[in-house]
Design a protein around this ligand. Structure first.
Ligand SMILES: NC(=O)c1ccc[n+]([C@@H]2O[C@H](COP(=O)([O-])OP(=O)(O)OC[C@H]3O[C@@H](n4cnc5c(N)ncnc54)[C@H](OP(=O)(O)O)[C@@H]3O)[C@@H](O)[C@H]2O)c1
Length: 563
């Protein structure tokens, strides 16, 4: 919960941020713990988990005597694992620059067990090594297990953690056990509830940390701060003032080397069941009584339970699926999805989805939520756009050139984490002329520090036993419940428009534009210029930062940061 201020916090407005050392803000977890990664020779461990742990080590935030035990089938010894992870750190974009002193200390705590997830021997070996280390340092058997494996192994591994005595039903206090489970959690509602049932055989719900890395992102956590720490926001954050909300998660990337996984998942399972419905829940939730695990998660679960069920009869009006064909992305020719490795040549797996959802409660009744996510889009962007209703009455005599746009609040999660508000302002001059201008808050500018990565935040929270930013069983099942009609019908039918139905480098199939246009609205398609230089933005920019446009560029900031 509190680890997100890892790299710094500005108490004063922009530019006055003092570089903050972690010591002044955060104490590292004071309890010894061992971290066991199942799937330690895999992609997630190399690209996300070890770089995040190394960054925590650099920030002095790993508990005393912290040890990592990697478990996978590729033969390696401790030294081999340390070398491989050392290489991973050097190659990582997310890792803090390589510091030999920190690395040597951190690497001493890296261990590896070559074993099959299904073989009991591996677990016995792991138990023996953990117990030896814990007794040697007279430390409690606090164990954090991370399932960085294919979902098909989750239940088997958990069952063996229980039967081998590696895990127990103690969420907190000495000798605690906790288990972090990667997404996807289940394949549909029945499989998710079956998985929950089998995991609850070994762990209590408070010991299970279902990860959704979006929840660890700074600007996702900032949505709650923005809504509930600013008294001017809450009164307008409802159906009386909000016309509609758009949530977009677009990638320029294709499926790359993950064709095998993606053929089983598709965009609906890969992005909607978790990331997009979680963002919707945070945007829509009622204020919790406390910023604490169950209180926050109760309010989010309420939103998922208030979703208007998808009516199979009107599916064509509210849902569009798409699949990318060849095209041009970032000035490069790219192949279509069906030509990607490990993808069937006649695959009907969707790489794009647009969905119109409604939340049936006092706050949001009749306000449409337009969600979309797709691969091979023109830009990599994740943003929440809140469009407010037009003013009820305008008494200004508007001329030809006047432009009246409704207020637009954009919460940009990536790139360029920040918040922008578009409003109408008087154009300088003797007469009253109106133009939309934009007020911009940019995280990096305001706090002048490199924010923690999502995995750093979430791993530290799991070590201190804070599950606020993790998914609970009822939330996961409610999210599957929302999408179930769509999953079933799409699995049983061919796409209306034969696949592929959008070229790479476009914002998806035309049907997606038709979906929102039917309501007299249009998607806000992100582009670098629209984000950083909307109409007459210059004025507000100067007003907001006191620096002419372009100052940012001098610091080498191109305005499009790659995560
Ligand atoms: N990669 C990402 O960026 C990413 C992002 C979000 C979520 N996830 C999720 O994280 C999980 C892991 O993804 P990944 O990309 O890291 O997968 P991966 O690269 O395929 O790694 C899978 C790991 O499991 C091990 N393994 C497989 N079968 C085994 C067996 N029978 N016994 C022992 N070890 C076995 C593999 O060992 P060998 O290599 O030795 O075979 C490897 O270490 C998945 O659920 C995925 O959906 C991944």
């Amino acid at each position: 919960m509190n680890s997100s201020v890892l790299a710094g916090a500005a108490t004063a407005p922009a530019k006055l941020a003092m570089p903050v050392t972690t010591d002044s803000l955060l104490q590292r977890p004071n309890e010894h713990c061992s971290f066991v990664i199942f799937g330690a020779s895999g992609d997630l461990t190399r690209r996300k988990l070890i770089p995040a742990l190394y960054n925590l080590a650099c920030a002095g935030l790993l508990p005393e005597g912290f040890h990592v035990y990697g478990f996978a089938v590729t033969p390696m010894d401790d030294e081999g694992f340390r070398e491989a992870m050392g290489q991973a750190i050097r190659e990582s974009h997310e890792a803090t620059s390589f510091d030999a002193r920190v690395w040597n200390q951190f690497a001493k705590g890296l261990h590896y067990i070559t074993a099959d997830f299904l073989s009991p021997e591996g677990y016995q070996q792991l138990l023996q090594r953990l117990t030896t280390a814990e007794q040697a340092s007279n430390a409690p058997a606090n164990r954090l297990f991370y399932l960085a494996t294919q979902p098909s192994f989750y239940a088997d591994i958990v069952e063996r953690l229980g039967s081998s005595g590696l895990a127990n039903k103690t969420p907190n206090g000495p000798n605690w056990s906790r288990c972090i489970i990667e997404k996807p959690f289940g394949h549909d509602l029945p499989s998710a509830s079956a998985l929950n049932t089998s995991i609850h055989e070994v762990f209590l719900e408070d010991q299970i940390y279902r990860i959704d890395h979006y929840l660890g992102k700074e600007n996702v956590q900032n949505i709650m701060a923005f809504r509930f720490a600013n008294s001017i926001i809450e009164p307008i954050w409802n159906r009386r003032y909000v016309d509609h909300i758009q949530i977009t998660a677009a990638e320029t990337l294709g499926v790359e080397h993950r064709g095998g996984y993606y053929e089983e998942a598709g965009a609906l399972r890969d992005m909607f069941q978790n990331h997009l419905l979680q963002l919707l829940a945070i945007v829509c939730m009622e204020p919790p009584v406390r910023y604490q695990g169950s209180s926050v998660r109760d309010r989010k679960a309420d939103v998922l339970r208030a979703m208007v069920p998808i009516n199979p009869e009107s599916l064509a009006d509210i849902a569009v699926r798409g699949q990318y064909g060849p095209g041009i992305v970032e000035e490069r020719n790219v192949i279509g999805y069906r030509q990607e490795p490990n993808v069937r040549p006649n695959s009907n797996t969707e790489t794009f989805v647009a969905l119109k959802l409604m939340v049936d409660n006092w706050r949001w009744a009749d306000v449409p939520f337009y969600l979309r996510s797709g691969k091979r889009m023109p830009a990599k962007v994740t943003e929440i756009v809140i469009q407010f209703k037009r003013v009820p009455h305008l008494f200004f005599q508007l001329g030809q050139d006047d432009q009246m746009e409704p207020n637009l609040l954009t919460m940009r999660i990536a790139p360029d984490e920040g918040i922008a508000l578009r409003f109408s302002a008087k154009v300088p001059g003797p007469e009253m002329h109106l133009r939309p201008v934009q007020m911009n808050f940019n995280y990096a500018d305001a706090f002048n520090v490199k924010p923690a990565t999502a995995y750093e935040t979430l791993l530290l929270d799991a070590m201190i036993g804070d599950s606020t930013l993790f998914n609970r069983a009822d939330q996961v099942e409610a999210a599957w419940g929302v999408l179930e009609p769509l999953i079933d019908i799409w699995a049983a039918s061919k796409p209306f428009q034969p696949f592929p139905n959008y070229a790479s480098g476009t914002w998806g199939p035309p049907a997606a534009d038709a979906l929102i246009a039917r309501d007299g609205r249009s998607w806000r398609n992100y582009s670098v210029t629209s984000a950083t230089h909307p109409v007459r933005h210059a004025t507000a920019h100067v007003e907001h930062t006191g620096e002419p446009i372009g100052a940012r560029r001098n610091r080498g900031d191109s305005g499009t940061k790659r995560e």
